[in-house]
Design a protein around this ligand. Structure first.
Ligand code: PMP
Length: 427
């Protein structure tokens, strides 16, 4: 066992005990695949602002924000107030609540392509609903998505997220294209267009490693989808934090449907599909073509918290986060150079992904630095930095310049660990 893992085990005895106990009742003691890492994940006891505390009492800068959803950090006072008020009023009602319409109105006012909204309980559900809507609207069965793109945990989308490597037997696997390769999309639509209901696309591939779409790619994919009569679906689950009007506003596009989740729930479970009246009409219960229901759709707590979260996510806060992220990126590059560690970063606004190679891989699943990344991840935890095990780093609006300086110092210690690891493994 290397020094980094030994230090991790020494600092996280209660998490290890938790993991051993929980593994009796849950696969690997976990309940979401992305949160698992070796030798065992932390058990968290508390979150406050930009900090997490584990069950051993260790404190961490939270650079995950629950995988980008906590854009205002943990237990933000405005969100706690709105959610607490909602909880006191009863957490689930069998009919409409006013915050649903307020949040829908906010999304419609902010995102130009969105004329109406339907809420779900997660981004995965939103993607499933959009797939169903596209099938009903077009009368076609198939989906086109990016290899390594991510649209949640329905098996059709997971097939694409894992580059077609998942073992689920299925008859309706999606067609996969290479991200930022418009000719690939055009060719697939030319070959299989009659079957393709929708093209799903992230403006920035998030879990694949913060890979940003080019304008040319967006324009050509939209044009090819339109020409083929397929719906153009933009997944803003992660990217809505990049612009008040959504990342789609940075491109000259007008998608048919947009997926939301994470930040629009203020830290509570949520998802949504937004789109044009003409397509949203398939959900209209007065003449439904899809009977889409859900006990917790638009529940009063998620809606109240989400409304405050979105209202608080203003352009100036988004710009301030991006400036801090730029500072962090440059500090990390300096630190890596000082320690002579091969290193690169992909960043878009407050989202970034780090790599321990001089050249950027096409996507996370194609990276060659897996063992170095795992070591850096554990080292980060040892130095009080919580970030996703594949190197995604995310800021929140409650972080300050001093916080970034402190985080950067801790990363310098991570770089020292990585340099030592590289020396000893290549010697
Ligand atoms: N789409 C994207 C781009 C995502 O990043 C995610 C979650 N990481 C989802 C969809 C699924 O959202 P959820 O986890 O809420 O189901």
């Amino acid at each position: 066992m290397d020094v980094v893992e030994r230090a991790y085990r020494q600092r996280t005895v209660a998490s290890a005990q938790h993991s051993n106990w929980a593994t009796n009742f849950m696969p690997a003691g976990e309940t979401r695949a992305a949160g698992y890492h070796r030798p065992y994940p932390l058990a968290i006891a508390h979150g406050a602002g930009a900090h997490l505390t584990d069950v051993d009492g260790n404190d961490f800068w939270d650079l995950s924000g629950n995988y980008t959803s906590l854009v205002h950090g943990h237990a933000h006072p405005l969100i706690v107030e709105a959610a607490t008020k909602a909880i006191r009023g009863g957490t689930g009602w069998p009919a409409c609540n006013r915050d649903q319409a307020h949040l829908a109105e906010l999304l419609v006012n902010r995102v130009t392509s969105v004329e109406q909204v339907r809420f779900t309980n997660s981004g995965s559900e939103a993607a499933m609903l959009a797939m169903n809507m596209a099938r009903v609207v077009t009368g076609r069965p198939k989906i086109l998505m990016a290899r390594f793109g991510y649209h949640g945990s329905h098996e059709v989308f997971e097939h694409g997220s894992f580059g077609g490597q998942m073992s689920t037997p299925m008859s309706d696997h999606p067609y996969l294209f290479e991200y930022n390769n418009p000719a690939d999309v055009e060719q697939l639509l030319a070959d299989h267009g009659d079957h393709i209901a929708a093209v799903f696309l992230e403006p920035v591939m998030g879990s694949a490693g913060i890979v940003t779409a080019t304008q040319e790619f967006m324009t050509r994919v939209q044009a090819a989808a339109r020409k083929n009569g397929s719906l153009f679906v933009i997944d803003e689950v992660i990217t809505f934090r990049l612009d008040e009007h959504g990342a789609q506003s940075k491109y000259d596009i007008d998608p048919d449907l947009t997926l939301f989740a994470k930040t629009i729930g203020g830290g509570f479970p949520v998802g949504a599909v937004g789109g044009k009246h003409v397509h949203m009409a398939v959900l209209d219960p007065r003449s439904p073509r899809i009977f889409h229901s859900g006990t917790f759709n638009g529940n009063p707590v998620s809606m109240a918290a989400g409304r405050v979260s979105v209202e608080h996510l203003t352009d100036w806060r988004i710009a301030a986060m991006a400036r801090l992220a730029e500072r962090l990126e440059s500090n990390l590059l300096d630190s890596a150079a000082r320690h002579q560690v091969p290193f690169s970063v992909r960043r878009n606004g407050s989202l970034m992904n780090i790599y321990f190679t001089a050249d950027l891989p096409a996507a996370n699943l194609a990276r060659a630095d897996g063992s170095t990344m795992s070591l850096a991840h554990l080292s980060g935890l040892n130095h009080g930095l919580y970030f996703a095990s594949r190197g995604m780093l995310v800021l929140s609006t409650v972080m300050t310049e001093d916080d970034i300086a402190n985080i950067s110092e801790r990363f310098d210690a991570v770089m020292a660990d990585v340099a030592h690891h590289l020396e000893t493994t290549t010697a």
